[in-house]
Design a protein around this ligand. Structure first.
Ligand code: FAD
Length: 450
């Protein structure tokens, strides 16, 4: 017999946990949370590596110090999360060429300015096309070709688009970013939140309403209710479901819907881009890189765009950890996910030897997270086309009958961020509470699905 609850929440990342908390605050405690992974957190996930808490997923609280306070920053302050300020602005002055020379700051600054101007020009021409709905592109900005141009293009587009277009996170919450450097992990915020409504003991969640290692494979829905089937053949019945799985999972065939989701929903899901972002952690016997704070971020200019370009030393966050992190995205992320870690280590070492000379020691350990090949993620975060029409966002989050959608990808202003996930959890649970009030009479009725 199916286990019955009033609401099922699929996924225990920041949006699912936040939605459950809001429901509980509104008297809806008859909730079951089904989570495919072995712990809560989703894309907020730390692993012990080289003696520190390596944040495989979200690492920064982005958007701090502005007009409004970032709610995730508030949560971090309440739980005394240890963070440290990240100053990316120096990265462009720490660009290494293949012979280990740092590009003179004048050249770097000029190249950077050129790239920003070109990106703005490109954006304007897209805007023009978008508004006029014509096919002719305006003057085409120059394509980056040299290693330094390619490196800057990568940094700009994959990290610093705020220099080119206004991004709500920075406009609303401020331009500062803080790296979470706490051995309890970024995920500590979720545990603190869960404590408010789930039974915990010694920091562990012991509540039978949270089902870990439980993979949802089918959602049957009708006017009367929801029936969820999990991979182990268990059935869960409810009046409503909140689905917090990522856009990548929605694009995959992990969960089937019966009847299928309507065409407008499927199309919206298909039209949203998925980004892959991979932080590779490397542990060394000792440091051989400059450790000053303004050298925290450094860049390697390779003839291939995005090839082990963006580096960070962990001395500011974890002094004495002898650790470097290199970030890959999209195609390069997928490529390294598909190869052996030894090959990735070899490639990274080759790049490091170009920067710091042949005598540096080999890394003693490597950690390569796989967000793309993780069937519970299928990517790192959503990316709306710059001129995403309002309709696309609307369709992504619009409920289908008794199925509600939440998660960072449903956040109009803050998609791709932890605070986007958090705010979407509040928004979608409030939409559900509203729907419950409308459906009112049915609330306490225990209706069988079939
Ligand atoms: P998730 O955390 O993905 O939660 C969804 C949950 O659903 C997951 O736990 C998943 O296991 C579960 N699930 C999936 N399929 C099923 C199924 N079939 N059955 C049951 N459960 C299922 N944001 C920032 O603000 N700052 C950063 O620095 C930052 N860096 C990032 C770096 C990386 C590498 C990644 C991957 C993300 C980063 N983000 C960052 C984005 C941020 O992590 C996400 O926006 C946010 O955590 C998403 O939360 P969510 O609740 O929407 O989704």
């Amino acid at each position: 017999t199916p286990r019955r609850s009033f609401v099922i929440i699929v996924g225990a990342g920041i949006s699912g946990i936040t939605a459950a908390k809001v429901l509980s605050e509104n008297g809806v405690d008859d909730v079951v949370i089904l989570e495919a992974a072995d712990k809560i957190g989703g894309r907020i996930r730390k692993e012990e590596f080289g003696g520190v808490a390596a944040e495989l997923g979200a690492g920064w609280i982005a958007g701090v110090g502005g007009k409004q306070s970032n709610p995730v920053w508030e949560l971090a302050l309440q739980s005394n999360l240890r963070t440290c300020f990240s100053d990316y602005s120096n990265a462009r002055y720490n660009i290494y060429d293949h012979s280990g020379k740092i590009f003179p700051s004048g050249i770097a600054a000029d190249s950077y300015k050129k790239a920003v101007d070109s990106a703005i020009q490109k954006l304007r021409s897209q805007e023009g096309n978008h508004n006029e709905n014509t096919e002719d592109a305006a003057e085409t900005p120059s394509t980056p070709k040299t290693p330094i141009e390619l490196a800057i293009d990568f940094i700009l587009h994959d990290f610093e688009m705020a220099e080119v277009e206004p991004i709500s996170t920075y406009v609303d919450f401020g331009e500062r970013e803080f790296l979470v450097a706490d051995e309890r992990g970024y995920e500590h915020l979720l545990y603190k939140m869960a404590e408010n409504f789930l039974f915990t003991s010694e920091g562990k969640i012991m509540d039978s309403r949270l089902k870990l290692n439980t993979v949802v494979r089918e959602v049957q829905h009708s006017r009367n209710g929801i029936l969820v089937t999990t991979e182990d053949g268990s059935l869960y019945e409810a009046n409503y479901v909140i689905l917090s799985v990522s856009i990548g999972v929605l694009q995959s065939d992990l969960i089937s819907f019966s009847p299928p989701l309507p065409r407008w929903k499927m199309e919206a899901v298909r039209n949203l881009d998925v980004m892959v972002y991979t932080k590779i952690f490397l542990k060394f016997p000792y440091k051989f890189w400059p450790c000053e704070p303004e050298k925290e971020f450094f860049i390697y200019a390779h003839e291939r765009r995005g090839y082990y370009t963006f580096w960070q030393h962990m001395e500011n966050a974890y002094p004495g950890s002898n650790m470097l992190v290199v970030t890959l995205t999209n195609g390069e992320s997928k490529r390294v996910e598909a190869q052996f870690d030894e090959d990735t280590l070899r490639e990274a070492m080759e790049v490091l030897r170009n920067m710091f000379g042949p005598d540096i020691p080999d890394a003693t350990d490597i950690l390569v997270p796989c967000w793309w090949n993780n069937r519970f993620q299928r990517g790192s975060y959503s990316n709306y086309p710059i001129y995403a029409n309002h309709q696309l966002v609307h369709d992504i989050k619009e409920p289908v009958g008794r199925i509600f959608f939440t998660g960072e990808h449903t956040s109009e202003k803050f998609s791709g961020y932890v605070h986007g996930g958090y705010l979407s959890g509040i928004e979608s649970s409030n939409a559900l509470l509203e729907k419950m009030r409308r459906d009112d009479g049915r609330k306490n009725e225990s209706q069988a699905f079939l």
